[in-house]
Design a protein around this ligand. Sequence first.
Ligand SMILES: NCC(=O)CCC(=O)O
Ligand SMILES: [Zn+2]
Ligand SMILES: [Zn+2]
Length: 352
Amino acid sequence: MDPSNFRAPPLEISSILHGGMHHPTLRLFQNGGRNLTKSMLIYPIFISDDPDAEQEIATLPGQKRWGVNKLEGFLAPLVKKGLKGVILFGVPMEMEKDPRGSAADAPNTPVILGLQLLSRLFPSLLLCVDVCLCEYTSHGHCGILSSLPPPSHSHTPTLDAEASAQRIAEVAVAYARAGAHCVAPSDMMDGRIRAIKAGLMHVGLANRCALMSYAAKFASGLYGPFRDAAGSAPMFGNRKCYQLPPNARVLARRALKRDADEGADFLMVKPALPYLDIMSDAARIVPDHPVACYQVSGEFAMIHAGAEKGIYDLKEMAFETVESMVRAGACIILTYFTPQFLDWLDEERTNV
Ligand SMILES: NCC(=O)CCC(=O)O
Ligand SMILES: [Zn+2]
Ligand SMILES: [Zn+2]
């Protein structure tokens, strides 16, 4: 057949899509009713035990470890721009570490001081706090180690599930008492959601402290800059026996259902970009639990690195990645881009 004789069939009414996207505001209408807004953003904050710290973190562009004395000056302008929520991570630079992570809930631990101060300074700011032991344990793992020897096949530790859940719950209760509106356990120990909910009920705080489970947290290569920032790398082995294997779609579904059943109010998927399918699974299998996702340190660093190489524009890629999460079903986004989004969401989105 002579290709020059070929005529494409005439356009039909149903062929035309461009009419609905030629104007920037029309493009915003195409979001299926789900728009990224400021109130969906939660900003992760590193709080140091040096009260005057304002220390840059080499691998996390623009992020710092903050001392409690610096928090007001740092956060006041962001609250003014519409910051609605933060999640606090403690960074004990000098505090003594031990096998049970005693520093996690010591009265002077940085997140407890931070919660007390921030609830006074910014009474309407949502205060979430990460609950884990790895920043505080001498071995750097997220729970209490079992006295059993590790299995011969692996370099991973064996954890004592009951002791870990009990200890994690104690820490969560201490944070709720210090003013946390939402405790977010990232340790991935079995049974900790039940233990925390029971602990909050026991002290009469279950009706004023939410529980956000890092339900589907994967053993990812993307946590590197965070471990550098928080000093929480394990001293031996890895976390593959308690964080989900990256291929584990079915185990993630079980974890989401389990944590919903054990009393979580919100369910998180982490990291975010490589796990969009898990977010959309969560939105379907636990439809009555709002889904959160964490755009983790390595995702943030990767987006910055590509922008610096001239591969793409930083703002465009920040929007593209976070909007993919919203599309997949997330309605709470933890991201280090939060301060920039507070500006970007105010700007005319003429270049979208
Ligand atoms: N519990 C927090 C992490 O494990 C890491 C987060 C990050 O990489 O930003
Ligand atoms: Zn941990
Ligand atoms: Zn194991």
